[in-house]
Design a protein around this ligand. Structure first.
Ligand code: MG
Ligand code: MG
Length: 246
């Protein structure tokens, strides 16, 4: 799907709201705070900005953010989990403005974290930006995954296969998917006005995943730490434009 200027303007606004949710939840995420409290912080941002949630009610999801600590990869439900010094926490946020979606995630340390955890965060974020750099007109979409995978694996980490990025616009999850690895095919050729959510999930150990009994929380099968970084990005004549930044 190619979005016109008016549509891109709305997605830019949705992206700013998501960036503000990031800032607010990052500031609130401290030892002793529950993930449910972070959800409330994010709800307050949505309300203040006149935005609605694309997460709340999505296949019955009960919150406006996903909170995934430590070995949880994605889709954690905010609740009674109390953050501890040394945790890492992935926070995924989304917003809708006038029917147009933004979606972005980051992983942060709670207080001081281990060297390995910090390396995981740095590498995963770097892999996201390597993927974003591939979002140029005329390039093949699956070059994104090739670039993400190269950065993650060069650091000795692995890339999750079962969960991937996606096109985004009037729905949060649109086709085509954006793998975080080279899938063996080039995928569609990128055009101006295409918008994608690129979202590497990187594990310290093996790439295998497990779903917990709540039907949402995805964890590493080997219990190793996992990080998740995501932005919503448009392909423009001047290169990639990241919407989910302040
Ligand atoms: Mg997301
Ligand atoms: Mg996404």
């Amino acid at each position: 799907m190619r979005r016109n200027e008016a549509e891109l303007a709305k997605m830019r606004r949705a992206g700013k709201v998501v960036a503000e949710m990031h800032e607010a939840t990052r500031a609130a995420a401290k030892p002793g705070v529950t993930t449910l409290e972070l959800d409330q912080v994010a709800r307050d941002v949505l309300e203040r900005r006149g935005a609605t949630s694309n997460f709340l009610g999505y296949h019955g999801f009960p919150a406006v953010i996903c909170t995934s600590p430590n070995s949880m990869i994605v889709h954690g439900i905010p609740g009674g989990y109390v953050l501890e010094e040394g945790d890492i926490l992935s926070i995924d946020c989304g917003a809708i403005i006038e029917g147009y979606h933004g979606d972005a995630a980051f992983t942060m340390g709670i207080g001081s974290i281990s060297k390995e955890a910090q390396k995981l965060l740095d590498v995963t974020e770097r892999s996201l930006w390597a993927g974003i750099d591939q979002l140029t007109r005329g390039n093949a979409l699956n070059e994104v995954g090739r670039a993400v995978q190269a950065v993650a694996e060069a650091a000795g980490f692995s890339v999750v296969r079962e969960y991937v990025g996606h096109a985004i616009g009037t729905a949060m999850h649109e086709q085509p998917q954006v793998p975080n690895y080279w899938p063996g095919t080039r995928g569609p050729t990128l055009k101006t006005g295409n918008v994608f959510a690129v979202e590497p999930m990187v594990n310290v150990g093996s790439p295998e995943t497990l779903m917990l009994d709540d039907g949402w929380s995805v964890v590493t099968a080997d219990g190793s730490l996992s990080a998740h970084f995501e932005h919503t990005i448009a392909v423009t004549p001047d290169g990639p434009e990241v919407f989910t930044v302040p």
